[in-house]
Structures are given as C-alpha cells and as structure tokens.
Write a protein that binds this ligand. Structure first.
Ligand code: G4P
Length: 532
C-alpha cells in the first residue's frame, strides 16, 4: 500500500507549499504550570485574539477552551483535547491540547500521534514533577522534537543552571538553552541571546493583557544598564558553553536534545521567542510512514489519521466528532473518502476547526492541519481515511492499564443505555472495557483512576446510567497474542481479559506474578504497549 512511487496529483505544488508553512505541535505540562496562560498568549501574539483573557475568562472561573466538561471545570484539569489553529509570520500553527495529568497519559499519546513537535512547559519553581513524568516519557517515546519552555521566571524559582541540570537528569535529554535569563528568578529583566550576545529587555504591561514591549540592547549597553545581572548571565552562559551539551540539529530532530527557553507567560516574556523558535526549529509536516513501512508522500492524494473521537462534547451540539490530522493532499469540504479499516465511504461534509467553544466550517485544509468531522459514526481512533490511492497508517499505541474495576448498572431498565455508553467510552479510549470469560460484568481498565471518574460522570450525564464500581486488585497488564492465550489462561499467575476488538490482556496482581509467568512460560510474548 506504499505510495512512495505515486504520480503527483494536480495542485501538489500548492500542497507542498502549504505544508511547508505548517507547524503542528502540542504543549505538555503539569497542571498549573501555565499551559492555558501560554496558549492564550500565543494567540495574543499571533493576533488571533486582540487581548488576553478571551480564551480564559478572567472572572476566576476556569473557563478554558478545552474544558468542555463540568468535571474538568470542577477539578481544574483539562481532560479532553482540542485543536487551535492560528497564524504568525505567515506560518499556520496547529496547537493540540493535551491533558495535564498522568491519569490521562493515553490521551496524550493519541494527541502526540498527530503532532510533529511538543513543547514541554515547566514551572521554574517546580520543574518536572513526579506525577507528570509519565507524560514526558510518553512524549520522549514518540521520538518527536521537544522544545522546553521554563515558565514563571518572574517568580522565585530554581536557578537557571540548576534547571538545565534538572531537565537533563529527570528527562534524560541533553538540554541546550537558546536564550539565557538576565536577572534572578523573580527579578526577570530579559534574555541574553546564546550566540549573538544581544540582550532583549522585556517590559511588563498591565496584567499582561497586551504584548510586552521588547527592546534590543547591545552587550555594551546591557552591561552598563543591567550591571551585575548582566555579568552573572554572561558568566553562566560561558560556563555552559564550556561544560554543557552543544546544539545539534539531528539530535533535536530525534528527540534526544531539547532547546530551552526561559519566560513568563503571564507577563508575556519570551512568548514571541517561543513562536519564532517553533517557526525555525519545529519540523513542518513530512510524508508519513504507513503500516507497511512505505511513506505516504505529502503530495499524494488526501489521507488523514483519526487520533481522537469524542461524542457529546458540547451540550449545544450533541454529536460525535472525529478529529483527524491530515497527512497528505488537500482536504476539500464535501469530499468523499474511504475508511481503510471498513472499506466504506465517508462524506467529509461537515468539517470544523474549533476555537474554544466555537466552531468554524473548514473549506480546505492541508497536511499538518487538524479538522473535526461531525457525526462521523463509523469512525474509530486509529482509522485512516483516504482518497484514490489506498493507505493505512500504523496503529496508535495505547498504554497498559494499571487500574481495574468491575462496573455494575444500578438500574436494570437502562441496560441498553449502559451497553451503548460503555461501547462509546471504549471507542473513545476514555477507559478500556474488558470481559473475563463468560462473566457478564464488564471490567473497566485504566492507566489512572481519574479515567474512572470521567467514565462514571459521562455514563450518568450522557446516558442517564448510574453505575457502581468495585475495585479489582490487578495492577499490571500485558497484551498476549491469540496463540498464547490458552497457556496464559491455564497459568495460576494471571487472568485473561478480552477487549471488544479481540485484544487479549493478561492481568497480574503483582510484578511478582508477572515474573513468575515469564519464568514458567518463557516463550510467551508479553507486550507492555498495546495498540488500538
Ligand atoms: P494550566 O493551564 O497549566 O493548569 O495553568 P494556568 O495557565 O491556568 O496557570 C496556573 C496559574 O499560574 C494561574 O494562576 C496563572 O495565572 C499562573 N501563571 C501562569 N503563567 C505564569 C507566569 O508566567 N508567572 C506567574 N507568576 N504566574 C503564572 P491562578 O492564580 O491559579 O489563576 P488566575 O486567577 O491567575 O487565573
């Protein structure tokens, strides 16, 4: 199914030039590190909003673009992901939101399948927190370029050299600052350009509502005006030049080296620099590897990968949206594509891009863009849609669940809704729904227990089903092939659960049981990453 040798289709020059000016990225961070603020400021600098506050209401409510569930608002975390499109310096950015909690790492994994680059956003005082390390590991495993933005530098925090060391130690990446803060954390004055020796001085604006004026000073003038703060920054940078990792574009492209920027999203410091860095360093969309190892070239006919399906996102629009990243060709509203999994056609009539709660109808879109297809009933996460030349992209990985519960429907008169609700949540990847043999009670499995809260809330809110959960004591799962299933089932160390798509998972109470099984059945392949 490889299309490496296809003849370019009409308009392919346009596709190539539009793809070249796209940057599709995600921001990964711990809750409270400032992702919402930074997103808002990126929009401010790109001119997509005139004044900061349009995305996140300043009333104190956490009215965030992607907070479309009450649960998210109550917990103050973002559960779902969304995509924002905006332009800066003639570059079209697609910003994919990811949830900031390890319990939703699988969602992050799906989003990253659609991104070409990720921004790791850190709070200068807290650095990489244990709870979110898993999210970063997921980003690291994807092998895409990572850019680190150290936020909240306007407040007391770690010293910059300490931060660089911390990033290297915790993330296992080489960290190379491309700018260096002048002024101690809490008295942030601006940044020193790593190579050019220029100083960019920032000036605060009231509440950071408008862009921060930036003034460029020569080294001489900076020394005169900033005194010790300037000298300290220059000395630290010299130290890093001598002892730190050197910039290496290939290592950056492979996700082994991360450039580091310092800033303050709240005060707008360093926001423009981040946008410019994304333009200069983040890769534009490239041909995508398909399931057979071929490459779907950008100029090939339309193809897209579905990385998220979400139903009932907005109470004003009860529907089911399939989010897809365009991988090749040009999308035109009304076009008909085929679903590689089912072989069935799908009319892409109502494609939307989302901006906060608002939807805009998309007439055309190019590789790197993310569009949401409304009422895509027969579409699942991981599906490939294509036109003309068949292609199927590789499955999106999922993580092995670590938490399990049995779920009971409390109201027998709503068993149909119960079944439908579970199917919906399984298809969206909110939780995995599993069965054990002939046992009718479904088992929910998740990477983190917050996923169960979302499932319960959605079953109640969208399907009118009240459920009870009973915790099970398994804590590990491994995928087993159908050939090995009988041997695993017969073993005393594991139990076997089955997902609706036929995937079989061996579940274990302790690591000890897993190790025993590995010893007893050395030929059985146990896979920690499953696929959807
Ligand atoms: P999140 O989406 O990652 O969860 O973080 P969010 O942007 O909501 O920011 C969390 C808190 O950190 C907010 O304060 C926000 O104003 C603050 N913040 C974000 N960036 C910076 C920064 O660069 N410097 C400083 N000092 N603070 C920053 P809050 O009090 O929780 O909310 P709010 O009342 O300010 O909206």
């Amino acid at each position: 199914m490889s299309s490496t040798t296809h003849a370019p289709v009409a308009g392919s020059d346009r596709v190539a030039s539009e793809a070249a000016r796209r940057r599709t990225f995600a921001i990964i961070s711990h809750p409270d590190a400032g992702k919402t603020t930074l997103t808002e400021k990126l929009l401010l600098y790109s001119g997509a909003v005139a004044e900061a506050g349009a995305v996140k209401a300043r009333s104190g409510r956490r009215e965030v673009t992607s907070d479309w569930m009450d649960l998210e608002r109550r917990r103050g975390i973002s559960v779902s992901s969304t995509a924002l499109r905006f332009e800066h310096r003639d570059v079209v950015f697609n910003l994919l939101d990811t949830p900031g909690h390890r319990d939703f790492s699988e969602d992050t994994l799906r989003v990253l399948a659609a991104a070409d680059c990720a921004v790791i956003l850190l709070d200068a005082a807290r650095g990489v927190e244990a709870q979110t390390l898993k999210l970063f590991e997921v980003a690291r495993a994807r092998g895409i370029p990572l850019i680190t933005f150290v936020n909240k530098y306007d407040r007391p925090g770690m010293e910059p050299l300490e931060l660089i060391d911390h990033v290297e130690q915790t993330l296992g990446l080489s960290a190379v600052p491309i700018s260096w803060p002048v002024g101690i954390p809490g008295d942030f004055r601006g940044v020193l350009d790593r190579d050019g020796g220029r100083f960019v001085r920032f000036t605060r604006t009231a509440r950071g509502a408008t862009m921060a004026p930036e003034q460029e000073l020569s080294a001489q003038l900076a020394r005169d005006e900033e005194g010790d703060a300037w000298t300290a920054a220059v000395e630290e940078l010299e130290l890093l030049h001598a002892a730190g990792a050197a910039w290496d574009r290939a290592r950056f492209a492979g996700g082994e080296l991360t450039p580091v920027l310092f800033g303050s999203a709240l005060s707008n410091f360093g926001v423009r620099h981040l946008l410019d860095t994304l333009i200069e360093l983040a890769p534009p969309p490239a041909g995508r590897v398909d399931a057979d190892g071929g490459v779907r070239a950008l100029q090939a006919p339309f193809s897209a990968l579905v990385f998220k399906v979400q139903a009932n996102m907005d109470p004003r629009h009860r529907d089911r949206i399939a989010f897809m990243r365009i991988c090749s060709g040009r999308f035109e509203r009304g076009m008909r594509a085929l679903n590689a999994r089912t072989g069935r056609p799908i009319a892409l009539a109502y494609a939307h891009e989302l901006f906060g709660q608002d939807r805009t109808v998309v007439d055309d879109a190019y590789p790197g863009d993310v569009i949401g297809i409304v009422n895509a009933t027969d579409v699942l996460v991981g599906d490939t849609l294509y036109v003309d030349e068949p292609v199927r992209f590789g499955a999106i990985p999922t993580l092995a669940p670590e938490h399990f519960v049995t779920v009971q429907n409390r109201d027998p008169s709503r068993s149909k809704q119960f079944r439908r609700g579970l199917q919906q949540l399984d298809q969206e990847g909110v939780v995995h729904v599993l069965r054990r043999g002939d046992d009718p009670a479904p088992i929910l499995a998740a990477v983190g227990p917050l996923q169960f809260d979302v499932a319960v809330e959605r079953l109640q809110g969208e399907f009118g089903v009240s459920v009870g959960l009973d915790a099970r004591d398994w804590s590990l799962a491994r995928r087993v092939s159908p050939d090995d299933a009988a041997a695993v089932r017969a073993s005393r160390w594991a139990e076997l659960l089955t997902r609706a798509d036929g995937t079989q998972l061996a579940v274990f109470r302790h690591r000890y049981s897993l190790e025993q099984l590995e010893r007893d059945l050395p030929d059985v392949a146990l896979d920690a990453m499953t696929a959807r």
